[in-house]
Design a protein around this ligand. Structure first.
Ligand SMILES: C[S@@+](CC[C@H](N)C(=O)[O-])C[C@H]1O[C@@H](n2cnc3c(N)ncnc32)[C@H](O)[C@@H]1O
Length: 312
């Protein structure tokens, strides 16, 4: 969320526009009844939402949901907060960290957050009982590509699994262009100059990260190659925005508004029907189209939904 755009002059949504916990829980229940098994709380920054543990407690009670995860920058992940979330039933935490070098990290987050603060957040999560925490690093050429090897070195042999993510053209405010993408292949090449590596089989079909291991037993890391090797065909994700719109693609320009149904008194049957129709009709494969050189729809060029709005 670049400061030039999302500053004190930016018109953020009024609180009444956001879905209440009750509305989120109702939708999660309806999605679970249609086969959703995993939920991820992301953002924006999900820890900014007060009483998040209350939401997690209720989500964890929903029949059919067997995994609840959270993606966070961990800058405000205190031990009591992590413990509350763990006790509420949160299963997993992913932490975003784009550099291990203090100066580079501060430049990137532009909010005076130190690396130490994030590492403390990771430690708090571990002390609260979260294991195998994933660390997401988005790699941008000319910004933090020099951090690939130091990050690999730092997390090699640790309890956390580092995942390198190709910089994606989500939204319209991050000034993306293809030149800024460091490919997964280039990342593997950089790391293999220092360590012997071996690729691993996916843990399950549709796993987004490609797995690599250090031959010396120093654990593994992942690569999310959504730009150079799109995985639209395996994508079964659906995203619900804070104000109740549903998106069937990270690169969508328009969502389907469910909030007006909820607030207009629609029955579960009616909402279910809208969800089913939406899912059956979905045909998004933006990343594949972009990768194949076919021209993308003009609306995707003009007004893609922001990452901070639908959460990565
Ligand atoms: C949008 S953030 C939201 C959650 C939380 N605020 C955080 O920082 O983790 C979710 C994930 O998307 C990743 N991300 C953000 N912009 C991206 C981009 N242009 N390409 C690829 N991943 C991106 C972030 O690094 C983060 O791991």
């Amino acid at each position: 969320m670049p400061k030039e755009i999302f500053n004190s002059k930016y018109q953020f949504l009024p609180r009444s526009d956001l879905l209440s916990f009750e509305e989120i829980i109702r939708l999660a229940r309806l999605f679970a009844a249609q086969g959703v098994r995993k939920l991820r709380l992301t953002g924006g920054e999900p820890l900014l939402r007060k009483n998040l543990d209350v939401l997690v407690t209720e989500l964890a009670k929903i029949e059919g949901i067997d995994d609840i995860a959270l993606t966070t920058n961990a800058s405000i992940l205190t031990l009591p907060r992590a413990q509350q979330l763990r006790d509420a039933g949160l299963d997993r935490i992913t932490v975003s960290l784009d550099a291990i070098n203090e100066q580079r990290f501060r430049q990137m987050n532009d909010m005076d957050v130190s690396v130490e603060k994030v590492l403390q957040g990771i430690d708090n999560a571990e002390r609260a009982g979260f294991d195998n925490i994933k660390i997401n690093m988005v790699v941008q050429k000319g910004v933090n590509e020099e951090e690939v090897v130091p990050m690999a070195q730092y997390f090699k042999g640790s309890k956390q699994t580092l995942r390198f993510i190709e910089f994606m053209d989500v939204g319209s405010t991050n000034g993306w262009n293809l030149e800024q993408v460091v490919s997964g292949q280039a990342i593997v090449e950089k790391i293999s100059e220092h360590f012997e590596l071996e690729s691993l089989e996916p843990n399950y079909r549709g796993e987004v990260a490609k797995r690599w291991r250090y031959v010396d037993g120093g654990g593994e890391f992942g690569l999310i190659t959504s730009v150079t090797e799109a995985f639209c065909g395996d994508c079964s994700r659906v995203r619900l925005s804070a104000k109740g719109s549903v998106y069937t693609c990270l690169f969508a320009s328009r969502g389907t508004d469910l909030r007006h149904l909820l607030r207009g008194g629609a029955t579960d049957e009616v909402v279910n029907e809208v969800i089913t129709d939406l899912w059956r009709a979905r045909s998004d494969r933006y990343s594949e189209i972009r990768g194949s050189g076919e021209s993308v729809l003009e609306e995707h060029v003009l007004e893609k939904v922001e990452m901070s709005y639908i959460g990565g």
